[in-house]
Design a binder for this molecule. Structure first.
Ligand SMILES: C[S@@+](CC[C@H](N)C(=O)[O-])C[C@H]1O[C@@H](n2cnc3c(N)ncnc32)[C@H](O)[C@@H]1O
Length: 336
C-alpha cells in the first residue's frame, strides 16, 4: 500500500487535505520516521499527482481492524466466504465482547463464540448487540455465552471505566475521539460536559489536563457508575470533576458559562442552542448527520451563533460511520 512522506510539521495539514480528497487510509496507522511522517493512503492514481513523495510501505492496520481481521481469519476455518461477508465488527470492553449477528449468521452463533474466544482467551462474557433504546441510549443486549452479567471495567487512555451495558450507554469506539479532545484542552480551562454518561470524556480529559470539569447526566444508574469511576481513578487524574445528576435542559440554564463545552448529544436530541449559550471559547457538538447534509448542519450552527450575537468558526469532522451515508460528526465551534 502506498504512503505519503511529509515533514513532521506538515503532517496534520497534509492529512486533512488527503482526508478531504478521500485518499487517506484511516484503517492504517501513520508512522513517524525521524523528521518525517508516513501517512497511509489508498491505492489511487491521484495520490501521485499531489506533489508529495509517495513510497510503497505496508503500514500496520489499526488495532481494532487487526482484531477483526483475526476473527475473520480464525472463522475462515468454519464459515464459508459468503457467510464471512456478513460478519460485523465487534467491540471488546473489559472481559466482555459484543457483536451484532445478522439473520444470515443466526445458525453460526456457536462458531462465532468459538472464534471470539480463540482470538480473546480472556473473555468471560459474549453478548449479542441489539439497538439503542430510549432517552438513556441503552442498548438491548442478550448474552450468548459466559457469565450472566454486562458489568465490567474497561481500560482506555490511561483510565479505568466501570460500565454496565444493561444500565448505561458506553461506546469504546470513541477512544480516539476522547484522546483528540483531551489534547485540545489546555490546563486551567473550565469545561462543561452535559450528557456525560459514566464519564468517559470527563475522565480522559481530566487524566491529561489540570482542568475543572462540570458534568451532567440524567440516568441515575449512569450517574452512580460515574461517581464510582471518579473514585476509582482519583490518583490518575490531574483535573477535578464535579458530577451533577439531572436533566441538562434544566440544569445548564442554572450554570455559569465555561471555556469549553463538550456535548456528546444523544441521538435525536437538539441541544445546540443550549450548549452554545454556555460556551465562551469552544463547543464540541456531536450529532448524526447524512453526508449530504453536512454543509447545512454547519450553516445551522453559524445561524445559531448569529442569534446569540457571536462570531464563530465551525469545522465539522466525521467521527465514525453510523449507517450507510450517515455519520456521527463532531462540530468544533470556535467562539471568537
Ligand atoms: C450518547 S450518550 C453519551 C454518554 C457518554 N458521554 C459517553 O460517551 O459514553 C448520551 C447520554 O445522555 C444522557 N441523557 C439523555 N438525556 C439527557 C438529559 N436530558 N440530560 C442529561 N443527560 C441526558 C443519557 O442517559 C446518556 O448517558
Amino acid at each position: 500500500m502506498p504512503a505519503v512522506k511529509v515533514p513532521r510539521r506538515e503532517a496534520e495539514p497534509v492529512k486533512r487535505r488527503l482526508k478531504k480528497l478521500n485518499l487517506y487510509d484511516g484503517k492504517r496507522r501513520p508512522r513517524r520516521e525521524d523528521e518525517y511522517v508516513l501517512l497511509p493512503v489508498i491505492e489511487d492514481g491521484r495520490v501521485y499527482s499531489l506533489g508529495y513523495e509517495v513510497l510503497p510501505v505496508e503500514l500496520p492496520l489499526r488495532p481494532e481492524r487487526q482484531i477483526y481481521k483475526n476473527l475473520e481469519s480464525v472463522l475462515a476455518e468454519r464459515l464459508s466466504r459468503e457467510e464471512l461477508k456478513y460478519l460485523r465488527r465487534y467491540d471488546v470492553m473489559g472481559d466482555i465482547a459484543v457483536i451484532q449477528i445478522p439473520p444470515e449468521l443466526e445458525h453460526r452463533i456457536e462458531d462465532i463464540v468459538w472464534g471470539l474466544r480463540k482470538v480473546h482467551p480472556f473473555l468471560k462474557v459474549i453478548a449479542r448487540k441489539g439497538f439503542h433504546e430510549g432517552a438513556f441510549r441503552i442498548r438491548d443486549y442478550s448474552i450468548i455465552w459466559g457469565e450472566e452479567r454486562l458489568e465490567t471495567v474497561h481500560r482506555e487512555n490511561g483510565v479505568q471505566i466501570k460500565v454496565d451495558l444493561s444500565k448505561a450507554f458506553f461506546n469504546p469506539r470513541m477512544k480516539g475521539e476522547r484522546y483528540r479532545l483531551a489534547q485540545l484542552v489546555r490546563d486551567g480551562e473550565r469545561v462543561l460536559i452535559p450528557f456525560a454518561g459514566v464519564l468517559p470524556y470527563a475522565l480522559v480529559v481530566a487524566r491529561y489536563r489540570r482542568v475543572k470539569i462540570t458534568a451532567v447526566e440524567l440516568n441515575k444508574e449512569a450517574y452512580e457508575l460515574g461517581l464510582e469511576n471518579v473514585e476509582r481513578n482519583r490518583k490518575r487524574l490531574k483535573g477535578e470533576i464535579e458530577f451533577l445528576h439531572g436533566d441538562a435542559f434544566k440544569v445548564l440554564p442554572e450554570l455559569p458559562s465555561y471555556d469549553r463545552v463538550v456535548s456528546p448529544t444523544p441521538r435525536g436530541v437538539d441541544a445546540l442552542a443550549l450548549t452554545l449559550s454556555k460556551a465562551e471559547r469552544w463547543l464540541h457538538y456531536y450529532d448524526f448527520v447524512h453526508e449530504g447534509e453536512i454543509e447545512r448542519f454547519r450553516a445551522r450552527i453559524l445561524e445559531e451563533c448569529l442569534k446569540l450575537g457571536r462570531d464563530c468558526a465551525v469545522r465539522v469532522k466525521k467521527v465514525s460511520d453510523f449507517k450507510p451515508h450517515v455519520f456521527k460528526v463532531c462540530a468544533d465551534v470556535e467562539v471568537r
